[in-house]
Design a protein around this ligand. Structure first.
Ligand code: PGA
Length: 255
């Protein structure tokens, strides 16, 4: 079973939630609940919460990530934060290409590719998000959309850097809507993502890549999704803001 080659990853995407104090409290609550976990645990917090998060999560099995980065190292980009700045703080992960960034902040497949390269240069682990809209699914172009997103995102990324990249399949219609993809729908696309990675690289790269599902994953539906052959974990929004729900999902990933 190729799935056994991959360590499950449960990543929280806090989005624009929690101040510094709340961050410390939530991570302190989560820590004892997940300390025996075998899966990788990542919390992607707002930029302003990175320092307190890193400090509370030090010496625990929780890794800290950011939710975006700029592709230049520094310069006249008011309001932006570079991958270089993140790595210099001790941040280990960064989410790139989340659909909310693509939708509200005009990110394109091309900027996503530049950001991945910048993050890899800084030795950050990347959680690359791809996914189709409801309209695209209804037009039966889900696979074309995902394939284009992946081919551009991985342009000029060499085989040796694949181990730094996790792909999260997040159908836009399932994000924050309470409408989860069925485990069959999620598995079908995650399988397809692995096939594209195999085409772009090789079987070894595809077999060892962690592919996550994201979109209204919660303590109730996690089990079935995580049992699928090509789903190696989850990128969790809403449910990652509650310690009990998040730790339940971690337990399912370990089961
Ligand atoms: P959700 O968000 O779990 O609240 O649907 C997932 C995400 O956007 O990463």
């Amino acid at each position: 079973m190729n799935k056994l080659l991959r360590t499950p990853v449960i990543a929280g995407n806090w989005k624009m939630n929690k101040n510094c104090e709340e961050t410390k409290n939530l991570i302190e609550e989560i820590t004892p609940l997940v300390k025996k976990a075998n899966c990788k645990i990542v919390l992607c917090v707002p930029y302003t919460d990175l320092l307190p998060a890193l400090s509370v999560a030090a010496n625990t099995n929780i890794k800290i990530g950011a939710q975006n980065c700029h592709f230049e190292d520094h310069g006249a980009f008011t309001g932006e934060i570079s991958a270089k700045m993140l790595s210099s703080m001790g941040v280990e992960y960064v989410v790139i290409g989340h659909s909310e960034r693509r939708m509200y902040f005009s990110e394109t497949d091309i900027t996503v590719n530049k950001k991945i390269k910048a993050a890899i240069k800084e030795k950050l682990n990347v959680i690359l998000c791809v996914g189709e809209s409801l309209e695209q699914r209804e037009q039966n172009i889900t696979f074309e959309v995902i394939s284009t997103q992946l081919k551009i995102a991985f342009k000029d990324i060499i085989n040796e850097d694949l181990e730094k990249i996790i792909v999260a399949y997040e159908p836009i219609w399932a994000i924050g809507t309470g409408k989860t993809a069925t485990s069959e729908q999620a598995e079908e696309v995650c399988y397809f993502i692995r096939e594209i990675i195999k085409q772009l690289y090789d079987k070894k790269g595809a077999d060892s890549m962690s592919i996550l599902y994201g979109g209204s994953m919660n303590a109730k539906n996690a089990k079935e999704l995580l049992l699928q052959n090509n789903i190696d974990g989850g990128l969790i929004g809403g449910a990652s803001l509650k310690s009990a729900d998040f730790s339940e999902i971690v337990k399912e990933a370990d089961a």
